[in-house]
Write a new protein. Structure first.
Length: 224
């Protein structure tokens, strides 16, 4: 009986985070989800739980750019024409109005992060960044095999994106201190579930250390 060929397997974090074939996804870091005065803050969600992860994320984005790792921003837009009947039913059942992340609004703007010129922004209308978007095609064009997931909320859009990525054969790692939920319990439960069933849970320090190791090996030695 033949055995699977594991020659191309990405088994270590250094392999999964390699600039050669990885990308950093920044998911839904937008005012309506994270900012004081945004939609979730107005309905009583603990946005502070998510806000405290943003400084780590800002630092990780800077280090990814320095390492040559593509940074891809994901932006949720929920204009009325994009809200499906099942979504409206869910909102009604939960007694939640969803006037959030509307095109051109302050609520849809990014919160303390910003794409640089040339960095892609993938617009989505569902929890998952792969649902009827160009994300998969974009990644394939760039030869991306492995994703580092950050953003909000860990237990909703980050996890949904990670699951879909895993189902279509990407390696997926969640950077635990660069994503947040509206309670630490929801955040921790999502990480535990994801680690069990889908991909690795890593920290920004661990990811940055792998980039530093790669950079040190690539730097020419003095006198060479």
């Amino acid at each position: 009986m033949s055995t699977p060929d594991n020659a191309g397997l990405l088994s270590t974090l250094e392999q999964k985070a390699s600039p050669e074939h990885s990308a950093l996804l920044v998911i839904d870091v937008q005012n309506d989800f994270v900012a004081d005065g945004g939609f979730f803050d107005k309905i009583g969600a603990d946005v502070k739980a998510a806000q405290k992860k943003i400084p780590n994320l800002v630092h990780l984005i800077d280090r990814a750019r320095s390492a040559g790792v593509p940074v891809i921003f994901v932006q949720a837009i929920y204009d009325p024409e994009y809200v499906s009947a099942p979504m409206r039913e869910r909102n009604s059942r939960r007694a939640v109005e969803i006037p959030r992340c509307l095109t051109g609004s302050w609520g849809a703007d990014f919160y303390l992060v910003q794409p640089e010129p040339g960095e892609p922004v993938v617009i989505k209308h569902r929890y998952s960044a792969f649902s009827n978007t160009e994300l998969d095609a974009l990644l394939k064009r760039r030869g991306i095999r492995s994703l580092l997931l950050t953003g909000v909320a860990t237990d909703t859009c980050v996890e949904s994106t990670g699951r879909d990525a895993y189902f279509i054969d990407y390696y997926v790692s969640i950077v635990s201190d660069c994503c947040g939920a509206f309670s630490e319990g929801d955040h921790d439960s999502a990480l535990k579930r994801f680690d069990r069933d889908y991909g690795a849970i890593v920290t920004s320090d661990e990811v940055i250390a792998t980039w530093e190791n790669v950079g040190a090996r690539q730097k020419p030695k003095a006198g060479s």
